[in-house]
Design a protein. Structure first.
Length: 763
């Protein structure tokens, strides 16, 4: 018996080859009708036998296009008609980002085969794409997503490309960036200043030869420039570090393929799946037993950030040379360079040469970074491959909220209905250029979403650059959200959990309602409110922010508080980076409380222990001390029992003190206990203290769900111990999975808090 149905498919279903896939499934099932894009998603009108329609629906659910994300399929019966075939109807493509425009997609296997096959008309061409891969977000000027509204508008398709573009059975049907060597973009090798290079021959061969000879080359990619050099060339890496003023922070490395990566690193199956996915992020992997890249690639850690070629250009280049250091093409604290003018200004003094192309980048979008742990994936940075895909909210947002994010690792977000659209990685808002990028990116996403924010969520810190800019622009629409409240609310929303929770918010710095610097917090949290149940013991920061980049100062503060009688002697022995005169000055500062604010920061506690262990007296980048301490802990094999700690419950909030551990670590150093064991025992101590704190919080609140957030939970070793320790005590543990636990995930929590508070206030 025949049946006719209308099928509406919601999700990321435009720009990913959904209509030709529907066409092929319908023809295979012997159905008649049509498929079209609509403002809501994809609409399918099909008619045939009931069994054929059931088969068709099953194919839609089980075999959608590889890059599509189907959220739901609605089916409604219609009267029979006289349709005799199936066709793709002219579509009114949605001009609404909410229909799920795809992020930039990594090179697919079919396109890789095309450019690797001699005789194929795209052999060796660095701008191959199809509906399953290629640029989207970074080339899109406006919606609807059609070629004339992309940076491909200036490239008119040749007849062969147009034939593919208009054929429903071709995988390049409706692939907006479709191109070939006859009609598409081209590459050019030049000086990094933009000046022409007097050379002939293949530009890729030339770039590969330069890299193999030790040159530093700026490479224009999807969402901006990388700066590249040979990952085995010590002199080139040292030169790059000097010029980029990045003395120790790890560099990411691009490998030609998984086989090459396995020769250097120990890679799990899950990591391989992530590396070879359409998102193709940088994945933090462990160095292998035969690791032989230049030590300066990642001097502090037992891991490196590895990724694979995700564009045809990268693939073709890495076939000729590699592996390559690939770091973001920018000056310190500036947005990534995305055009040749910006390249010359920012990179002309860093790189010697540049491999550029003439397809404009319309949106900066840095690489995403993820690490996998036994507790699950952890975003270090969510950007290319995920943006602009939204995150679903656990509550409906009645009016649009703009969440500004934090000043470090900034990502902002804009809500609409039950989604939040999080921006690409913006970076630290420390410069005028970064603030300009932040403002322009906000305007861009507001325009794409077609919304004007009713409320603007900001951090509570009065001196954040982003906060001040928001207040100047949006005035009384702004609502301040406490930093750690936002962290825990972000984790709750990330897990679609409505609360309440016991929140463990561990990070470096967050402005507290009392004006102090928080960072080691146990919070009883709902979206609209929180109660501070406990926190890490307060220590003074001698010199304020200077103590953040000088962990030895934080160690001295701990000694002055926890070992006052022995501070001078211990500091002279274990903290040689602080000379006698400086030590006297800092101790006086601590005693008077002058330029030495109090902090409960967990990050600073890790800094102090790293300095006492002798592995980091001065930090050249954020988190360096903790990274070195984590690497030490992971290098220890065998039992690592916790040191003693104290929880003072005599007042509210209770205080967690690691003073006994500090004294034991000092004793261990003075008796030549291996520092790897001390580092492992300190991690075990933090784990035990957090578990005990959650027990105390459960006794008081009755709550058995714990949410983990804050940058400290990027520490894989700590996370892999804290989660099972809490679960063994009967807690349900929530951890981040869609956004980062660091400050780049803050906007999600800010938005949820402001929405909930407005609802509670009856607004």
């Amino acid at each position: 018996m025949n049946r006719r149905v209308c099928i509406t498919v919601h999700g990321r279903v435009q720009g990913v080859g959904f209509r030709p896939t529907v066409y092929r499934h319908a023809v295979a099932c012997g159905l008649t009708g049509q498929v079209a894009n609509t403002a809501a998603g994809v609409n399918i009108d099909v008619q045939g036998t009931g069994g054929a329609i059931d088969d068709f629906l099953d194919r839609l659910r089980t075999a959608p296009p590889p890059r599509a994300v189907v959220e739901n399929i609605l089916v409604e019966d219609l009267p029979l008609n006289t349709a005799s075939d199936f066709f793709i109807a002219p579509s009114v493509r949605s001009g609404d980002l909410a229909t799920g425009i795809a992020p930039d997609l990594a090179l697919c296997a079919d396109c890789r085969r095309d450019i690797d096959t001699p005789g194929d008309r795209r052999f060796g061409y660095p701008f191959v794409n199809c509906t399953n891969c290629g640029p989207r977000f970074t080339i899109m000027a406006a919606l609807p997503y059609d070629r004339e509204r992309t940076s491909m508008a200036g490239f008119q398709m040749c007849s062969a490309c147009n034939a593919e573009f208009t054929s429903p059975i071709d995988r390049r049907f409706d692939a907006q960036p479709n191109a070939c060597p006859v009609c598409g973009p081209a590459i050019r090798l030049c000086h990094a200043t933009g000046d022409p290079l007097p050379r002939h021959g293949d530009h890729l061969d030339g770039a590969a030869a330069l890299l193999s000879d030790g040159a530093i080359v700026a490479i224009k990619g999807l969402g901006g420039y990388h700066i590249a050099c040979d990952a085995n060339n010590v002199a080139a890496i040292d030169r790059l570090r000097t010029r980029k003023q990045r003395p120790a922070k790890p560099f990411a490395v691009m490998f030609a393929d998984i086989a090459g990566l396995r020769r250097q690193c120990t890679v799990t199956d899950d990591e391989v799946d992530l590396l070879t996915s359409s998102m193709a992020p940088i994945v933090i992997v462990r160095k292998g037993p035969d690791y032989s890249l230049a030590p300066a690639v990642a001097p502090d850690a037992s891991t490196i950030g590895a990724f694979l070629p995700y564009t045809p250009l990268h693939h073709l280049l890495l076939k000729r040379c590699g592996p390559l250091v690939m770091t973001s093409g920018n000056l310190t604290d500036e947005p990534i360079a995305c055009d040749e003018v910006d390249m010359a200004r920012q990179l002309g003094s860093i790189a010697e040469y540049a491999l550029v192309h003439n397809r404009p980048i319309l949106r900066r979008c840095d690489d995403s970074v993820i690490q996998l742990s036994s507790a699950g994936p952890v975003f270090m940075r969510r950007s290319r491959g995920w943006v602009p895909a939204p995150v679903r909210l656990p509550r409906l947002c009645r009016a649009p909220v703009l969440a500004i994010g934090a000043d470090l690792k900034n990502v902002f977000g804009i809500t609409r209905a039950d989604r939040i659209f999080l921006s690409q990685h913006i970076g630290d808002l420390d410069t005028v250029a970064a603030l300009d990028f932040h403002g322009a990116a906000i305007d861009d996403l507001l325009r794409l979403l077609g919304v004007d924010p009713v409320l603007v969520a900001t951090d509570m810190h009065p001196n954040y650059n982003g906060v001040r800019a928001a207040r100047r622009r949006w005035g009384d629409r702004c609502r301040a959200v406490q930093h750690h409240h936002a962290h825990i609310a972000s984790c709750m929303a990330d897990n679609m959990f409505d609360g309440p929770v016991i929140g463990l918010a561990l990070d470096g710095t967050g402005f507290g309602p009392d004006g102090a610097i928080w960072g080691g917090e146990i919070l009883y949290t709902r979206y609209d409110s929180f109660e501070r149940l406990g926190h890490f013991k307060s220590y003074r920061l001698p010199g304020g922010d200077a103590a953040v980049i000088n962990p030895a100062r934080m160690a001295l503060s701990c000694l002055a508080e926890d070992m006052p009688a022995d501070t001078g002697a211990v500091a002279a022995r274990l903290l040689p980076a602080i000379g006698d005169d400086d030590r006297a000055m800092l101790l006086a500062m601590l005693a008077r409380g002058v330029n030495a604010p109090l902090t409960t920061s967990a990050g600073r506690m890790f800094d102090a222990v790293a300095a006492l262990c002798g592995v980091c007296a001065h930090a050249s980048y954020e988190g360096q001390a903790a990274i070195r301490l984590q690497a030490l802990a992971e290098s220890h094999h065998g039992a690592a029992p916790a040191f003693d700690f104290e929880i003072d419950s005599s007042h509210t909030p209770f205080v967690i003190s690691f003073a006994p551990a500090i004294r034991d670590i000092v004793t261990g150093r003075c008796t030549n206990i291996p520092v790897a064991l001390l580092a492992a025992r300190f991690h075990a101590t933090v784990t035990a203290a957090l578990a005990a704190a959650c027990d105390a919080a459960r006794t008081r609140t009755g709550c058995r769900t714990v949410a983990l957030s804050g940058g400290v939970f990027q520490n894989r070793h700590l996370l892999e111990h804290v989660c099972p320790a809490l679960e063994a005590r009967g807690f349900d543990v929530l951890r981040h999975c869609q956004v980062s636990p660091n400050d780049s995930g803050l906007a999600l929590g800010q938005a949820m808090v402001v929405m909930a508070q407005e609802t509670a206030a009856g607004n």
